[in-house]
Design a binder for this molecule. Structure first.
Ligand code: GAL
Ligand code: CA
Length: 342
């Protein structure tokens, strides 16, 4: 090959390389171009939150480069994770706070980096949300879950009270297994489940209340102790979530409940797959669907818009309220409408 030939070959090879570079840079769906969303969950082994995390990933597939960190129930760790996300070029932060009171610290970081932040599941105070124009909340109306749980209990009690009112005094003697104290969902569910019963004219008597921290094993321990203390004086077990309801059922089963005539009504909130099975088996009487699918979808929809500098709800059916909060509805679930939960 002469000098000219070598030069031509060299040139065409160079062109080929630059074309390859071009096509890989311009391809649609190229991950180098997808906006980075930095998400955290407060605790990855929380029953309900694990569904939310899974749904976040499903919704982000092919449209965003999503990372989901597990904050392992440690607020300091979560703040460090947020620093790292910002350093790595996140365009939006999607944060499931460990401590609902820590929103200000997160907002400080987001604001310093001029990034939008979407809180989800653990609702920050309205003041914190209002303090930064790029802060949003995706979740539910906590009170609604308490009211719906009260309605589920009322309906079932009315239909079964001949049998369930064991001491025949017309009141429901109940024990309450509460979620994390101070968590807006735990506080509202505890208050409004019972208030709703009372507003419907059903009298109640609280035998015991304590926190199970959303956790099945902790709920089993509580229930073990209460069964030893009160036995069949308990007429209803009200749980702030399904994880704890399943823990209570495990305790009741050890004591021979759900066999023959030995029965105890138990209710939860979330409609996790495990509870759907327990409802089918007649071991849980009802729950309230906490819609992980739509909450996760809303987080990703808003994130994509914000990453592209658009209005957060542009091109979607979502609505933000005056506090920049988006609330997905709950649905009361019993054996009659189990398909809604599935
Ligand atoms: C609630 C849910 C609980 C727990 C909690 C964590 O909405 O019902 O099961 O996951 O969030 O913040
Ligand atoms: Ca009674």
């Amino acid at each position: 090959m002469n000098k000219k030939g070598i030069l031509a070959l060299g040139l065409s090879t160079m062109m080929l390389f630059s074309m390859v570079g071009c096509s890989s840079g311009g391809g649609k769906g190229d991950s180098a171009e997808l906006p980075k969303i930095g998400a955290t969950v407060y605790k990855a082994d929380d029953n309900f939150i694990s569904s939310v995390a899974r749904e976040l990933k499903t919704n982000a597939e092919g449209v965003a480069e999503l990372t989901v960190d597990d904050s392992q129930n440690d607020q300091a760790k979560q703040l460090d994770q947020i620093d790292t996300m910002i350093t790595k070029g996140a365009k939006v932060l999607a944060i499931n706070l460990v401590d609902p009171k820590a929103a200000e610290s997160v907002i400080e970081k987001a604001e310093a980096a001029d990034l939008p932040v979407i809180f989800f599941n653990k609702e920050p105070d309205a003041d914190a949300l209002a303090s930064y124009d790029k802060a949003y909340y995706v979740g539910t109306d906590s009170k609604e879950s308490g009211v719906m749980q009260g309605e589920v209990i009322a309906k079932q009690w009315e239909a079964n009270k001949e049998k369930w009112d064991k001491n025949g005094d017309g009141k429901i003697q109940y024990v309450m297994i509460k979620g994390e104290p101070g968590h807006p969902d735990a506080e509202a569910r505890t208050e409004w489940s019972v208030k709703t019963l009372n507003e419907k004219g059903i009298e109640t008597e609280e035998l015991a209340i304590d926190t199970g921290m959303w956790d099945a094993a902790k709920a089993t321990e509580k229930m073990d102790a209460w069964l030893a203390k009160f036995g069949d004086k308990i007429e209803f077990v009200i749980c702030n979530n399904d994880g704890m309801a399943s823990g209570a059922v495990a305790s009741l089963e050890k004591e021979g409940y759900f066999k023959g005539d030995k029965f105890m009504p138990v209710v939860g909130v979330d409609a996790i797959p495990e509870i759907v099975t327990l409802i089918e088996e007649g071991k849980v009487t009802g729950t309230v669907l906490n819609d992980a699918k739509n909450q996760a979808k809303a987080v990703i929809d808003l994130s994509l818009n914000l990453a592209n500098g658009k209005d957060p709800v542009e091109g979607t059916d979502w609505k933000l309220d005056d506090n920049k909060a988006l609330r997905v509805s709950y649905v009361g679930i019993t054996k009659d409408n189990l398909d809604d939960a599935k």
